[in-house]
Write a protein that binds this ligand. Structure first.
Ligand SMILES: NC(=O)C1=CN([C@@H]2O[C@H](COP(=O)(O)OP(=O)(O)OC[C@H]3O[C@@H](n4cnc5c(N)ncnc54)[C@H](O)[C@@H]3O)[C@@H](O)[C@H]2O)C=CC1
Ligand SMILES: O=C(O)[C@@H]1CCC=N1
Length: 267
């Protein structure tokens, strides 16, 4: 991709996005500028050729695409700071900031500037993100540009903005839920005989394989489960015991708890 990109906020997610963008040469490192106040924390990116800067205005002036990856409470000030140098004919603003609406952004930067909200997850660092994308004023060309970027960094789907909080929970928080599953499976694996490293490898690759049975194979999860559960076998016994103890229910309740929390965070 031949666009110049400013990543405003080089924290956890900003660094992950940048790592994903430069992986396999999708974007040349020198075409990206990452900003944050403590520049020494961006040393690794700088060593890979990414430009780093404390100055958001400079970064925005030199870019075609501006990706906001700061905390919600920092958005108003930073958008006001960069607004005078955003050119609506040439640039688009993409925000990964949780709970900051497109209307709130447009109120600050103006109606003319194409504004997108995206919700990726930290697997973007290895180009395996699930990214949900929403806009209310982006043209089809601009939607295609944003989709191209996030498809190169995993998979993407365009959704309506009302679903952004749900996307945050299922996709972004979902990384933590999935990793906790892998960690718990690893602990079980150690209890039944494996060393920690081997247990983690088996648990992780098994989850990856299970996910790919759906993503690549296209089947419903229960159909794939049916293939594993031999009648009177050990899988169904374990699976039913997990369900008796609230496995699916605890996941659904956890997702709802995160969703209720996010609603309180933004209103
Ligand atoms: N961590 C995650 O998995 C995800 C986070 N998000 C959202 O992304 C945003 C960033 O999250 P994190 O990266 O986890 O937070 P973070 O705190 O690690 O990163 C924010 C960065 O912005 C920098 N910053 C603060 N003020 C600035 C300014 N005036 N100019 C330039 N940089 C400035 C900070 O120094 C920090 O490095 C949040 O709104 C979060 O809700 C969205 C999806 C996933
Ligand atoms: O936990 C949080 O609030 C943020 C939003 C999505 C991932 N981390």
């Amino acid at each position: 991709m031949n666009k110049k990109i400013a990543v405003i906020g080089g924290g956890n997610l900003g660094i992950s996005i940048t790592q994903g963008l430069i992986a396999d040469g999708f974007v040349k490192p020198e075409k990206i500028t990452v900003t944050r106040r403590r520049l020494h924390l961006l040393k690794e990116l700088r060593e890979k050729g990414v430009a780093v800067d404390k100055n958001n205005v400079n970064a925005v002036k030199n870019s075609d695409i501006i990706i906001m990856v700061i905390k919600p409470y920092q958005m108003k000030d930073v958008l006001e700071e960069i607004k005078p140098v955003i050119d609506p004919k040439r640039q688009i603003v993409i925000s990964a900031v949780t709970g900051f609406s497109i209307d709130e952004m447009k109120e600050i930067v103006g109606e003319d500037i194409p504004v997108f909200r995206v919700m990726p997850n930290t697997a973007i660092a290895i180009r395996e993100s699930m990214t949900c994308i929403a806009t209310t004023n982006g043209t089809q060309d601009q939607i295609d540009t944003v989709t191209t970027i996030f498809d190169a960094l995993g998979k993407s789907v365009v959704i309506s903005e009302e679903l952004m909080e749900a996307a945050t929970v299922l996709g972004a928080c979902g990384i933590a839920y999935s990793l906790r599953f892998i960690r718990a499976a690893t602990q079980g694996g150690i209890e039944i005989g494996f060393d920690a490293k081997t247990a983690e490898l088996i648990a992780s690759q098994t989850v990856k394989g299970a996910a790919n049975l759906l993503l690549v194979g296209g089947n419903h999860p229960e159909r794939e489960i049916d293939k594993v559960t031999t009648p009177q076998g050990c899988t169904i016994v374990g699976l039913n015991e997990m369900e008796h103890r609230g496995f699916s229910s605890s996941l659904i309740k956890g997702i709802r708890a995160s969703f209720n929390k996010i609603a309180k965070m933004i209103h």
